[in-house]
Design a protein around this ligand. Structure first.
Ligand SMILES: Nc1nc2c(c(=O)[nH]1)N[C@H]1C(S)=C(S)[C@@H](COP(=O)(O)O)O[C@H]1N2
Ligand SMILES: [Mo]
Length: 258
């Protein structure tokens, strides 16, 4: 059993037996309104636990071409000034390689043409930024799941960290560099892709060229742009300021469900 499945079953079991215990042992007390209320709360909790866990695998809503926003907003970094990035941009990403390493059996460094040859997916989805705007765009890219199978995750791997080229803050220790992380449920979600096309054109610089993450069940800040490296880790406490992402380090939720 994977650690995630194990934890899931444990939570399900715990919630079920808690409710069951109360239901059987407290029959006589059931008449009291306060107990009724508590039971309702337990039920509600149980339901929510189930819903959250089951929903993690559901698909995000997809739209039609007619829904595509004529002017998808660009946000955060839109033209990274970091020297590595400028160098890649200058030669059209010809020497760019996506590194995939950390807790994997077969670390790889893939060129863009190798990435374009991987199993891909196209999806029209709505991007929601916490700042309160949304845009609908069409994304095409390599599915992350098959790529993870290609490198082979080690048993201890629990999260995927997306290291980016851009810094939003100038810092001595590099904690101003953008990064993000997701768990393996999202890693293997069918709509999780490394997008290299947006609205049928090569991914523009403002939107994260050459590669950006689309993890459609979550908010805008999880959609890492300018990806340089994917690292499989068992936890992320030693990265950045320890909270799993640039904005998480500055107070945002790690799981940014929409
Ligand atoms: N590398 C990097 N990724 C990033 C950001 C950023 O500043 N740098 N901003 C995030 C935020 S807050 C949002 S809303 C989206 C914006 O994506 P867009 O420019 O394609 O709209 O990218 C996210 N990913
Ligand atoms: Mo955002």
């Amino acid at each position: 059993m994977t650690p995630d499945l194990h934890r899931r079953n444990w939570i399900k079991g715990a919630a079920a037996s808690l409710t069951g215990l109360w239901l059987s042992a407290c029959d006589k007390l059931n008449a009291s309104p306060r107990v009724q209320e508590t039971l309702l709360k337990a039920e509600e909790l149980n339901r929510r636990v189930h819903r959250t866990l089951i929903d993690r695998r559901a698909l995000a809503k997809e739209f039609t071409s007619a829904d595509i926003s004529p002017d998808f907003r660009a946000n955060g970094s839109i033209s990274p000034s970091d020297s590595d990035y400028r160098a890649h941009l200058k030669d059209g990403f010809a020497n760019y390689k996506l590194r995939i390493d950390g807790l994997v059996d077969r670390p790889k460094a893939l060129t863009l043409s190798e990435i374009r040859a991987l199993p891909s997916r196209t999806q029209i989805t709505r991007h929601d930024c916490v700042e309160g705007w949304s845009s609908i765009g069409k994304w095409h890219g390599a599915r992350l799941g098959p790529l993870l199978d290609l490198v082979g995750l080690k048993r201890e791997a629990r999260y995927l960290v997306f290291h980016c080229f851009d810094s939003l803050e100038e810092t001595q220790n590099g904690s101003g560099r953008y990064y993000e992380s997701i768990d393996l449920i999202d890693g293997y979600h069918p709509q999780t892709i490394l997008a290299y096309q947006m609205n049928d054109a090569t991914l523009p610089v403002a939107h994260g060229a050459p590669l950006r993450l689309r993890v459609e069940r979550q908010l805008g800040y999880k959609q890492a742009k300018y990806i340089s490296r994917i690292e499989a880790v068992s936890d992320f406490k030693d990265l950045g300021l320890g909270k799993g992402g640039y904005w998480e380090d500055r107070g945002y939720e790690w799981y940014a469900g929409t």
